[in-house]
Write a protein that binds this ligand. Sequence first.
Ligand code: SF4
Length: 233
Amino acid sequence: MQIEKRIALLEKIYRVYEAFCANFSSACRKGCALCCTANVTMTTLEGAMIHNHWLAEGGGAPVGALQAASRRPRFQPRITTNHLAALCVRPQAGDPELSEEAADPRVGPCPLLVGNLCSIYAVRPFGCRAMVSRSDCAGHGAADMPDEVLAANTLVLQFIEAIDEGGLTGNLADVLLHLARMERSDAYECKERQSYADGLAANQPIPCLMVPPEQRERVAPLMHAIRRILTTP
Ligand code: SF4
């Protein structure tokens, strides 16, 4: 599937997720950047969307800031969401230990944060959109998310990874630098030929949807909406 078509699907999924979250009250507000840390992860598809945004703005990737971030501690996942789902269904010898996948919340800010505002807000990756809190995170040090939003987040992550078939997942700085290292015209299309040298993990198809039984009914409308998006020509 062409990159333009994949990005169009991604944008539609963002819209239906926003509609789903509109049912929940949120304490999130402009200028609050507590969740904007260097631990954000995303797919190469989301990275391609951000690169397109920079190109449309007449600029390019802030390579200096991304390189600086890539020299600092940050969460670098070795297991994608769908890989995790596959491990839950059928553990394989040699798979990374799940206990090794832990993000240190004390890492510094996201390299795309400028004066407590996101410099790419309109095209921010799903990992950022998924941070929805019912109460001010400053009060308790973590996002206070309803269980159905947590379930919806996992669902959406699984579909985005599946749309980015042949792509990669990793830390925001690593993904954006990975794409920036290649020729702009084919940055996304060439990603399949890259190795794991950039600290990225290969995307996988959906082995099963990881929705807790008690949340299935609540997230069903979102799941059906995404499936309609993916099956509509
Ligand atoms: S991409 Fe934007 S919203 Fe996401 S963590 Fe960075 S600054 Fe925050």
